[in-house]
Design a protein around this ligand. Sequence first.
Ligand SMILES: [Zn+2]
Length: 153
Amino acid sequence: MIPLAKKASPAAIAVLRQATALRPKRKKASDGLLPSAAHVKQNPNSDHNSGFAVDITHDSVNGVDCTIAFEKLKADKRVKYLIFNGKIWSPDRGGEGNRDYTGPNKHHKHLHISIKETCGYDTSPWFPWLGEITVVNKVKAAVRPLPKKKEIK
Ligand SMILES: [Zn+2]
């Protein structure tokens, strides 16, 4: 089992804060950082345990559209792997190829991002294709509560 962190990594928190600042009306129902006890039991080696993973809710209407993010984030050097809509991608498998994701949750409602352990403090922009964050929206996003502990779904 991967030991449980008390706090998510700054890079993982930045994903949700930046997304909210860029798309304040986005859905957040499937957002997640640290795992619930049930999540740990089902998936004891999840990167959520160490705080180096984040789930962001798919929202093609008000953003973030995870179909687009899944493709764009392949260029981000912080990414260890991505899971969305039944596919997994990681940079170590030769770059382009997605594989079928065979885990119990196919990730239709959220994009899972695992972050390399060397990049936990890198909070540079995660969504450069969505434009610049305004100062007002950055302040507003910073005071929003972080998601509750992630349940199995
Ligand atoms: Zn996840």
